[in-house]
Design a protein around this ligand. Structure first.
Ligand code: AMP
Ligand code: ZN
Length: 458
């Protein structure tokens, strides 16, 4: 069996990955808050952990891997959008989830095994908060339930910060109802115009962090293999998840391996709406950048490193994919991915090295090996190839037109004017505009171009 090594944020070391149960490998990745289109940075964890999901399935078996990614559908940003637009919250979250699926499908990301919505797990969150209150790790204050960070000695271990550093370095909300400024909200009161549920602490709604603890417990158990997300989530979100889960279930291990992807920036700058360099996946698709090209660019850097999205990288990725698609077109993939590619991925998901190994396969003309290896990276699939087929059609069309124009020249040379006129008329009827110039015939496609009519002329 292939040995996988993963860098574990918790131990700050690359470790051999040993699943708790080979037949039930479990991964949880924090998903989006659903009120807006996903941007190209949000796509990075999706593509990175999709590639890990593919690798785990390759090694442990298709049905041996459970991958959970949540939708945060209760959040103050969603409430604000509902208030600003007058639309019901459920409309906004349903629509955004649909967009998310469309956009992530376009990137070739497989759907996770489970995609729980936070609002469907309120009862589990309340149950977990009750345990925390009972054990003395949480307290009720002015309708809020807060986690008492001083009750958990290991608080800060995941992100490597002491409470002192956090108090000094973080912009925390100082509120009268908190014992310590670092205490965080598990439950807060709601007014009638806000989403809310009845609870032992009154009508209210959950804080953000508790949802991932409750959903991972319900779907993966109290101890599971991998927990992932962007590096911005390491603190406070993941630190708080650890505190909640490990205090509620002290015998559990929660996540064994913590993985964090680095951030994406655009043309050397932080992506921001004010700088005009903020792109959603949908924007890029509309600019004609295929999802497969985005995926390739996202995989071209190691996931722990920052990545710079540039137009140049997208163009280079497109050229490579065109070349590889031409090489593998109609070829049956070999039974196994190349060992060079598998080994690169097994080495803490070294995708740049895997891509280099794929260039080597292409260089050797090993199309079958390239195609099988690409599948492991979610590349060169038929489903993702539509953008390239369009070009293949173009090539076919221009080939047909050139053939017909050559036939017209030979007909003229043979003084078969009936034939040359028929070809001229046929091309015109198919919507091909032909201009005879001193350099020979030039052509372009008219608005009424009809490929079927062209084919009839051959
Ligand atoms: P959010 O919906 O903001 O919670 O983000 C969803 C996911 O995208 C989280 O895993 C974030 O860490 C990740 N993410 C957000 N911005 C970026 C970025 N610029 N680069 C990489 N990952 C990001
Ligand atoms: Zn989470």
């Amino acid at each position: 069996m292939t040995e996988i090594k993963l860098y574990n944020t918790k131990t700050r070391a690359k470790e051999v990955f040993t699943p708790i149960d080979d037949a039930n490998v479990r991964m949880y990745v924090c998903g989006p808050t659903v009120y807006d289109r996903a941007h190209i940075g949000n796509a990075r964890p999706v593509v990175v952990f999709d590639t890990l999901f593919r690798l785990l399935r390759h090694v442990y078996g298709h049905y041996a891997v459970k991958y959970v990614r949540n939708f945060t559908d209760v959040d103050d940003k969603i409430n604000a959008k509902a208030a600003a637009t007058g639309r019901p919250i459920r409309d906004i979250t349903d629509e955004t989830i649909e967009w998310y699926h469309d956009d992530m499908d376009a990137l070739g990301a497989l759907r996770p095994t489970h995609e729980p919505r936070a609002t469907e797990y309120i009862a589990q969150m309340i149950a977990m908060i009750e345990v925390l209150v009972e054990k003395g790790n949480a307290y009720v204050s002015e309708g809020h339930v807060l986690f008492d960070v001083n009750s958990y000695d290991a608080y800060g271990a995941l992100s490597g910060r002491s409470l002192e550093d956090m108090r000094a370095g973080e912009r925390v909300e100082i509120a009268d109802y908190k014992r310590d400024p670092m205490d965080f909200v598990l439950w807060k009161p709601s007014t009638d115009d806000l989403p809310g549920w009845d609870s032992p602490w009154g009508y209210g709604r959950p804080g953000w962090h508790i949802e991932c603890s409750a959903m991972s417990l319900d779907l993966l158990g109290d101890t599971f293999d991998i927990h992932g997300g962007g590096i911005d989530l390491q603190f406070p979100h993941h630190e708080n998840e650890v505190a909640q889960s490990c205090c509620a279930y002290p015998d559990s291990g929660f996540a064994k391996v913590w993985m964090h992807n680095g951030f994406l920036q655009v043309e050397g700058e932080k992506m921001s709406k004010s700088l005009g360099n903020f792109f959603t996946v949908k924007d890029l698709l509309e600019q004609g950048i295929p999802g497969e090209v985005m995926r390739f660019v996202l995989l071209s850097a190691h996931y722990r490193q920052p990545i710079d999205w540039t137009a140049k990288k997208a163009a280079e990725a497109e050229a490579t994919l065109r070349k590889w698609r031409a090489l593998t077109d109609g070829i049956e993939p070999s039974a196994n991915a190349a060992s060079t590619v598998v080994e690169a991925l097994a080495d803490d998901l070294n995708t740049p090295k895997a891509i280099a190994a794929m260039h080597e396969l292409a260089g050797k003309g090993d199309a079958a090996g390239l195609k099988a290896s690409a599948a492991l990276m979610g590349l060169l699939s038929d489903e993702l190839g539509g953008w390239n087929d369009a070009v293949a059609v173009d090539d076919k069309v221009s080939g047909m037109i050139e053939t017909l124009l050559d036939a017209r020249i030979s007909a003229r040379q043979n003084k078969d004017f009936a034939r040359s006129d028929a070809l001229r008329d046929g091309l015109a009827a198919a919507g091909v505009v032909v201009k005879d110039t001193p350099k020979g015939a030039e052509w372009e496609l008219g608005a009424d171009f009809d490929a079927a009519k062209l084919e009839g002329l051959l």
